[in-house]
Design a protein. Structure first.
Length: 116
């Protein structure tokens, strides 16, 4: 089992920045991918960014150049630095972890609200 706890959401004006954090506990040695998803009201959940244990990253086109995902293996943590935020970035952001055997885990979510 893996437990994920997110923090760092909040209310920010357009153009501002936020940093989301997610700390994993439990069988963290088996995790090979960590990622951030988001879900806006009335929309499907979408992958925002992911990072592998090897450090490879991937981003959805809408956040490229604005968001940065980073992983701290020593702290079993993953971060999402969000700059130049836009109102359309408003959503609940979820941290996920996927084990090598393919089992996935979700955090409880953290609200990000960007005002125009």
């Amino acid at each position: 089992q893996v437990q994920l706890v997110e923090s760092g959401g909040g209310l920010v004006q357009a153009g501002g920045s936020l940093r989301l954090s997610c700390v994993a506990s439990g069988y963290t040695f088996s995790i090979n991918v960590m990622a951030w998803y988001r879900q806006a009201p009335g929309k499907q959940r979408e992958l925002v960014a992911s990072v592998t244990t090897g450090g490879s990253t991937n981003y959805v086109d809408s956040v490229k150049g604005r968001f940065t995902i980073a992983k701290d293996n020593a702290k079993n943590a993953v971060y999402l630095q969000m700059n130049s935020l836009k109102p359309e970035d408003t959503a609940v952001y979820y941290c996920t972890a996927v084990q090598a055997i393919g089992r996935g885990y979700w955090g409880q979510g953290t609200q990000v609200t960007v005002s125009s």
